[in-house]
Each structure stands twice: as structure tokens, then as C-alpha cells.
Design a protein around this ligand. Sequence first.
Ligand code: ARG
Length: 591
Amino acid sequence: MISTLPTVPGTDPSSSVFDSFRTSIAQRVSEALPLTLEQAYSGVDYGKKGVDFTIALPRFRLPGKVDEIAAKVISKFEADDWVSSVTLDKSFLHFQLNSKTLVRQVLTQVHALTHLTTSGLPEYGTNTSGKGKTVAIEYSSPNIAKSFHVGHLRSTIIGAFLANLYKACGWDVVRMNYLGDWGTQFGLIATGFEKYGSKEELEKDAIKHLFDVYVKVNKDAEADPKVKAEAALWFKRMEDGDESALKNWRVWREMSIKKYAEEYQRLNVEFDIYNGESMVGKEWQDKALQRLEEMGLISDVDGAKLVDLEKWKLGKAVLRKKDGTSIYLTRDIGGAIERYEKYKFDKMIYVVSSQQDLHLAQLFKMLELMEFPWAKTLQHVNYGLVQGMSTRKGTVVFLDQIIKEAAGVMYEQMQQNEEKFNAIEDPETVSLEIGITGVKIQDMAAKRINNYTFNWDRMLSFEGDTGPYLQYAHVRLASIGRKNPNLLPLPEPSQIDTDTLASMQHARDIVFLLGTYPDVIKVALKTHEPSGIVTFAFRLAHAISSAWETVIVKGEEDLEKARARMFLYECARDVLSASMRLLSIRPLERM
Ligand code: ARG
């Protein structure tokens, strides 16, 4: 029987067994040094290469020399079921975990928590830190009748990940798509639709047709100011709620949403609500203006209303046009207030490009000035630019072009290996799924704020840390079961001799990574960086690939050993698949 440990507040060994190992280390340290268990615990970090856990002694600011402090811990140290050794390296204490316990505890926990939770993810790795709290996350938010650019794609991908991540941490998540479905451009399209619009085209592909009309009428407007004036008048009628001016717009909106919904489904991205700029009521926009006016922050310039945020180095911004129509920023103010009224969120996240840093900073500042207590819970999750996204036919304008291109390029890639290609049952679906994975992985592989260049060849290659490689790693794991049916179903973990894995370095490496997964999720929640999960998935994939040669299942004559290894790979597959799903990727079973 393994020795029981004290409880450190804030830890949860039932969801992360590494909390137990850290507690055991902390216990030794707190018994040897004048530190509480919690103080000691907070100093236990992951070690570098080859070291399980490390404590940097200077962080405790204890009196005396590091060597002497270390000696106190070392002289008292006794190996047990949790920790097997401690060594001093400069001012660091390195701890190695008991391999047998590590393997048994981690695999048993992964196995016990494989069932899916309401988040759609297996329980292993998840936590309940957000229990009872609601987060509203706004992402994607394309503009109807304008192009869907890479900025929208990034928002879609990162936002979908964040929604999954918050769910995985126990939050109630409201997933919102805030469509750019309002503004002067709709007056323009309405004007243009009379001349260039076609019902048929609209039905075929609303997004494309509206964009075409918009491009044409935009040209007209540039040449002829009368067109612009007419458009402004039209939009004014829309803002005033003139039903005859709104009729077509309603159809456009609905059909665009329908088309988008299909594409999101392909991308494995979901929303709870499609709202949009058009749905923001007048009431709060007016009240906001009034409040800011009372605070002396509004000036009148030729009938337009301007807010002055110079004091906070946030410039000046127009809140209302001369003709009384609203603008983007004002709608965002009203929109935020209405969202709070509706969802009473504990936190709201806007996933929007860093090009709108100023816009969102202005928005948050104004809400704060209006003294909404929830204003401080608003968060802008931003991201950098992407260069060079184009297809073989030219510049990308629509989301479906990106999806088609990804699938097409992947399909060709796969055809190059004829033998393998012929073995694939449904190459269309497989290439679509891998293509999308490639796009997503490229997008989430680095820190959000970094710019990157869109590169089909690189993202869709099977070599290097790419989406296809990750899918391949999963498929390979999934195939072990198919190739060794004699071992399945596996007996209960307690009947499997996992000790045979403990002495195999490659097996231990995999297990250690699996044990880190709950922490990887916690860190991601703090940083809002998908790259941490991507890095984890690749490290795991690499560790598995290094193990193939030595940790064999097929050909291992000792049934006990073969079973234990199978168990290891099944657990690895569960966690790899969970991390991919967290990233909104659908893991493939075959390819
Ligand atoms: N539709 C906007 C655009 O394409 C993005 C919306 C961002 N969200 C917001 N609440 N302003 O630029």
C-alpha cells in the first residue's frame, strides 16, 4: 500500500496525480526546512531534461548557505513509493519520482477518467476551477458581404479552442458570433442590389453574391458621390426601422448565416448564438453617449459626437455620425451592456486581431468610465497578422475557398503515395480532415501575437511538426488495437503488470508526459495560448514515435509485457486524442 499524503489546498490529486508527487516532495522539504507545506509546494517545478521535478532553493529566501540548506533536505531524505532520489545541482534540488508508482498511478488515472464529460472531452486533463462561472466568448465575427480574411480565420480557430478550454475547466461557456451585419455598407449593397442583384445567385451562394454586388457598387460609389449619398439615406432608413428598407437585408443575413454554419461545421467549430451589430438596441447606445457627455468627455464636431480619451492615451473616437446613425464602436458599447444583462457573465472574451487593439482598449475604457463593475472582467485575446494566404487561383476571399484549397492540396499530396492512397476508404473525407488539421496546427503552433506566413506546402507536409504528422501519430496509435486483437479487451488496470514498463525509459517518458497534461491545460487557461497544447501534443507524438522500436507490442511473446504496453499505448492515444479535440481537431482513426 502506498503511503498517504497530506492535503495541500488548491491541489486535486483525484484529477492530477502529479499533485500527489509534488505534495510528497513538498512534505520532505517542509519537514527539513522552516517552511510550511504550502510554501514548499509552491516551489516544486518541472525539471529540465531528464529531471522530473526541481526546486530552486534561493526562491525561499532562507538564511544560510544554499549547500547547508540543501544538506538538511538530503540528509533526511529516504526513498519511498513516491520519490526515489534527490540530488543537488548548483542551487537546485532535483527529485526523481519512483518509476513504478509513476507508471501505475498515471496510467490508472488516465484510464479511470477516459469517459467523456459534458465538455465533449474525456475527463482526464480537465478540472473544475470554473464551476458555477459563466464566460462569454466572442469569436469569428465575419462581416456579411465582405471578405472572410485570415484575421477571421484566426479568430475562429483560436476562439473555438478557448471555448473548449474553458469548458474543460468547468466554466459555462456562451459561444458567440458577432456578425458585421450592420453599417453604411448595407445601404450600399441595398442600392447596388437593385442594379446587380440576382435572386438565383443569392440562393446559390449568398456570401459570394453579396460580396460581388458590394464590390461592384463600391466602384460605382467611388466614381459617383450620388451613389454614396443614396446608400447613406438607405442605411438611415434601416436604422430608423423602416421595414421596406430592411426586408432584403433580413434575407441576406439569414442566408449568409446558413452558409457560414455549414462551413463552421466542416471546421468543427460551434456557436451557441449568432448575434450581430444589427441586434444591438438603441437604448444603451444613447444612454452611453449621455453618460459620457455628463462626464465631459464628448465634444460636438459638425454635428458628429466625439469622445476624448486622450487622458488615457487612447485618442479620440467618433461615437455618432452627423446624420445620427451609429457606428461600430458605439454598437460595441451597447452590445457589451446587453450581453451582461442577458448572461450575467463572470468574464467576457473578445477574440479579435491585434489590429483592433485600440478599438477594444477604447471600448473597455469607456465601459470602465461608465462604472460598470463587470467592465474589468472584459478581456481582449488578440493575435498577429498572417501574410500570403492565397489559393492557386488567387487571393482568398471566402472561408469555403480556404477549406477547399486545404482539402485539395492534401488530396494531391496523398495521391503521391499510390499504394497508401488506394488503401484509403474515403480519401475525400480524409483529405478534408487532414487539410483542416494542417491549417489549424499552423495557426496555433506559435504564440498568438506572432505574425506568420501562410504556407500550404509546409503545413500540409507529413514531416515536421505539422497537422498531418499529428493525425498520422494518432492513426498509428489507433491501429495497434486493430493489429493485436488477441490482447483486447484489456483486463482491469489492477490486473495489468505495469511494473514491466517502469524500467523502459521510452515508456516512462510517455507516462511522464501523460502526467503533465492536467497542468498543461491549467497553464493554457492562464495564458490563453493554444501553442502550449500544440507543443504538448507534438512532444507526446515524438515520445511515442521514439518508443515504437523498443516498446513493441506485436512480436512480444511475454503476454504480461505485451498487455502492459498495449495499455500504455491506449492511454497515450486517449490523451493525444483529447489534446487534439481540445484544439478543435477531429482525430482520425484511419488514413
Ligand atoms: N466584424 C469585425 C471585423 O471583421 C470584428 C468584430 C470584432 N468584435 C467586436 N465586438 N468588435 O472587423
